[in-house]
Write a protein that binds this ligand. Structure first.
Ligand code: ATP
Length: 245
């Protein structure tokens, strides 16, 4: 299977404080990979480096063989990044917003097809023609996911994509993520919801204070730690790390 994403000994410092201390991992094409860890562990920093938005202090990141530091434009053609705090232009309708974004990627019939795909992904019914500032948080997130996925990225990078959503919206967004991965899109996402990560992700990486302390398939990790849930694995590993400090 093709390597969609390779992080090799990636470090990131803010000033003289190192936030990421040498993370190495590989994500295969079509995988859903979850980054988990407590607040401030380094998940967003890692996702932003993969997205070319933050400069790597040392080490390297490759997206489908392209180096994010040396070939950022090539990488940007292959990825979409959905930040946790993303928003949309509130004065536009959902449809106009998708059209506006599609302008950056395509013209003519190709653009129309992209917008149509976005409308189907967002699945907002006739509310697609309401202004974005009338949308609930769940509707807004569906529109943003549609925006991120409609240009058919090869790697979708999503930060806390279901945070703050109700059960139904979170469930439906997980269904969207499953279906895009089944169509060959690779997904790397962060989440604080262990249940979600266990249900959704093929593999997970646990970051603790900027270090990758655990990597594997949720089922294998549960067996390895004699745990009933990924949450229990998380607690055992983090408590163990605290005890050894
Ligand atoms: P959360 O789950 O709360 O979103 P996170 O795992 O995404 O946390 P990051 O946002 O990557 O964590 O932060 C990692 C560390 O880097 C934290 O100590 C944070 O304070 C620090 N940090 C993040 N951005 C900056 C910045 N722009 N300048 C200085 N320090 C930063």
């Amino acid at each position: 299977m093709t390597d969609a994403l390779v992080l090799d000994d990636v470090h990131k410092s803010y000033g003289n404080r190192e936030a990421v201390h040498g993370i190495s991992l590989t994500v295969k094409e079509g995988e859903i990979f979850g980054l988990i860890g407590h607040n401030g562990a380094g998940k967003t920093t890692t996702l932003r480096m993969i997205s070319t938005l933050l400069r790597i202090t040392s080490g390297s990141i490759q997206v489908y063989g392209y180096d994010v530091a040396k070939e950022p434009d090539k990488v940007r053609e292959l990825i979409s990044y959905l930040p946790e705090d993303a928003g949309a232009y509130k004065d536009l309708t959902g449809r106009r917003y998708l059209e506006f974004i599609a302008n950056f990627f395509a013209t003519g019939a190709e653009k129309d097809a992209m917008v149509q795909k976005g409308i189907e992904l967002a699945d907002l019914g006739d509310r697609i023609d309401s202004k974005v500032d009338t949308y609930s948080k769940g509707m807004m997130r569906r529109l943003l996911i549609a925006r991120a996925i409609m240009p058919s990225p090869k790697l979708a990078i999503m930060d806390e994509v279901t945070s703050g959503l109700d059960v139904i919206n979170a469930f439906e967004i997980r269904e969207i993520i499953r279906s895009i991965a089944a169509s060959g899109v690779t997904v790397i996402m962060s989440s604080h919801n262990m249940f979600e990560v266990e249900m959704l992700c093929d593999r997970v990486g646990l970051i603790d204070h900027g270090n990758l302390v655990l990597l594997g398939n949720p089922e294998e990790l549960k067996n390895q730690y004699g745990a009933k849930s990924l949450e229990e694995v998380f607690v055992k590993v983090i408590k163990g790390a605290e005890g050894s400090q």
